[in-house]
Design a protein around this ligand. Structure first.
Ligand code: YH5
Length: 267
């Protein structure tokens, strides 16, 4: 199992043609593998392979399309690289095939809420990251509203953890993620960031993903290619508050930031 006694970096591997952060360049399994290899060399412990775009306004992808995108890449990474593989999907069919192909973590932005997902993930027997999202990717940024965002996210994640445990999953294999940018205003995201310690205190390994997201753009007024310093500051403060997995595009810089914070924590 993945060692989470100290924080680890998860490298994002988009295999979507419409993913503008990676320019849609990593479409073939070979170039995806090359990108994964680079992220492992830079210190990523986990490679998160995703074939569905969950950016605001993104369109749904068919099961077959998603399988065609992610399975060859997971097989290649599993064969060639010393890394854990997570599969960023909400579809039971993709979860099943991905785990058979070598994925060791299911990362579901819909927290196993899709029909059949909870049963499939339980059967698969691998750790699962449960993420909070309000609404669906196509509508989630249309006027999101919360009473107390920290309490709502916490209650949702606890409810999903209990649903997984009731289904037969072991509690120590459940990771939680507040879902930065998923149906949240900038103020909501900042409040969550300020209170990450409360989520870490729930006892499940805490995952966060803010890399290059609009919330950094909005906080700093920076375009997508100038959000790394903001992302590093965010990662450092997340690790300080107990986050165990940081999901990013920029692995090397984030590994250094995480190592620096770790050195201070262990001083
Ligand atoms: C996450 O937070 N996010 S996909 C818009 C961007 C940049 C990046 C430029 N999957 C998460 O990465 N899984 C995604 O604007 C995730 N946590 C977990 N566990 C969205 C993404 C992105 C979106």
């Amino acid at each position: 199992m993945l060692d989470l006694s100290f924080p680890q970096v998860m490298g994002i591997l988009n295999v979507t043609p419409d993913s503008f952060s990676d320019g849609g360049v990593f479409l073939s399994a070979q170039s995806a593998l090359a990108r994964a290899r680079q992220m492992v060399e830079e210190g990523a412990a986990i490679i998160d392979v995703g074939g569905e775009s969950t950016r605001p306004g993104a369109m749904p992808v068919s099961v077959q399309e998603e399988l065609d995108r992610v399975i060859p890449v997971i097989e290649a990474i599993s064969r060639d690289l010393p890394a854990f593989i997570s599969v960023d999907t909400s579809k039971p069919e993709v979860m099943r095939a991905a785990v058979a192909a070598g994925a060791g973590i299911i990362n579901d932005v819909r927290a196993l809420c899709e029909p059949g997902a909870l049963e499939t993930a339980t059967q698969a027997g691998v750790p699962v990251c449960l993420m909070h999202m309000k609404g669906e990717p196509c509508t989630m940024q249309q006027n999101p509203h919360y009473g107390d965002v920290v309490a709502e996210v916490k209650d949702f994640l606890l409810e999903r953890v209990e649903a997984c445990v009731s289904a037969g999953m072991s509690r120590d294999r459940l990771l939680i993620d507040p879902g930065f940018g998923f149906g949240k205003t900038l103020a909501d995201n900042l409040r969550l960031a300020r209170h990450l310690g409360e989520l870490a205190a729930l006892g499940q390994a805490l995952v966060i993903g803010v890399s290059r997201k609009s919330m950094i753009g909005a906080a700093l007024d920076r375009p997508v290619d100038q959000r790394l310093p903001g992302g590093l500051a965010f990662a450092a403060l997340a690790v300080w508050q107990g986050a165990k997995i940081i999901r990013v595009h920029d692995v090397q810089a984030t590994v250094d930031a995480v190592k620096m914070v770790r050195a201070i924590i262990e001083a």
